[in-house]
Design a protein around this ligand. Structure first.
Ligand code: FE2
Ligand code: FE2
Length: 266
């Protein structure tokens, strides 16, 4: 088996009709599954494959369910998908959960209690639920683990990210998401990418305090790549800059209520 790591991300073999391998080593593989939406709000769905475990990360909207399912079928039988990580309940992340539960009713849903309260509104309840807040580490057969870290108010109160210890990749959901019309799988120029992240973060993310609080929670993780739900993947050469970006981010209530802030400050 070919070994693929974060250093290979920038030359990842890209065919929009096929899954793209983002990592492969020691019986542990990560794939980008799409999608091909050409709007600025294009969504990324990923698959973690680890022996009998196959976990979708942010399976996405109903609109792209059949495309994502087809990408899975190019790797493995879709009914063997064992779980899905839903980083929050937004429809661009989670609306296809009911379709996936049709494919395999015993698929386990990995999410936070605040998200879990809302998910049955898509029309299905009683599925196996894994509480990532109570059990923040999930061991995979290869020995790799998924570590779940809550990211309150980035942008949902119960949002969380998933760190894969095998690849040292961070599935970051809407954090470090970017909006653009000239999308590429990986970020080339971080400088150019800032404005694309700003388009999303300034309006969606709660505040600088929320951003810095989250950074504190992940400060001990060694991150080789950041895989957001929208926009390009940030490879190893951009991770440090991405952390600085979030640390300095002024967004949400910092901007909307800037006048109150400055009044408080005297
Ligand atoms: Fe969202
Ligand atoms: Fe999103």
């Amino acid at each position: 088996m070919n070994i693929i790591t974060a250093n290979d991300l920038s030359k990842a073999n890209m065919d929009m009709e096929l899954p793209t391998t983002l990592y492969a080593a020691n019986g542990h593989s990560l794939f980008w599954l799409g999608n091909t939406d050409e709007t600025a709000f294009r969504c990324n769905t990923y698959l973690i494959l680890d022996q009998h475990e196959a976990i979708l990360v942010d399976p996405g909207s109903k609109q792209y369910f059949s495309q994502v399912k087809q990408r899975v079928s190019q790797i493995m039988p879709p009914e063997k998908v064992s779980g899905m990580v839903l980083c929050h309940q937004d429809p661009d992340v989670a609306a296809s959960m009911t379709d996936w539960l049709e494919v395999n009713p015993s698929m386990r849903v990995f999410t936070t209690p605040r998200t879990q309260v809302l998910l049955p509104h898509y029309g299905r309840s009683g599925y196996p639920y894994y509480d990532v807040t109570e059990n923040p580490v999930y061991a995979l057969p290869s020995g790799a683990c998924l570590k779940f870290v809550e990211a309150p108010f980035l942008h949902f109160p119960g949002a969380f990210v998933t760190y894969d210890t095998g690849a040292r990749y961070l599935f970051s959901g809407d954090i470090w998401a970017a909006l653009d019309l000239d999308w590429t799988l990986t970020v080339n120029s971080f400088e150019d990418h800032i404005q694309k992240m700003n388009l999303f973060h300034l309006d969606y993310m709660a505040s600088n305090l929320a951003a810095r609080g989250f950074l504190k929670r992940i400060e001990n993780l060694v991150i080789d790549a950041i895989l957001p739900q929208h926009g390009s993947i940030l490879g190893p050469q951009h991770v440090a800059a991405a952390l600085v970006y979030l640390r300095n981010l002024r967004c949400g209530t910092d901007i909307i209520y800037a006048d109150i802030e400055s009044n408080n400050g005297g």
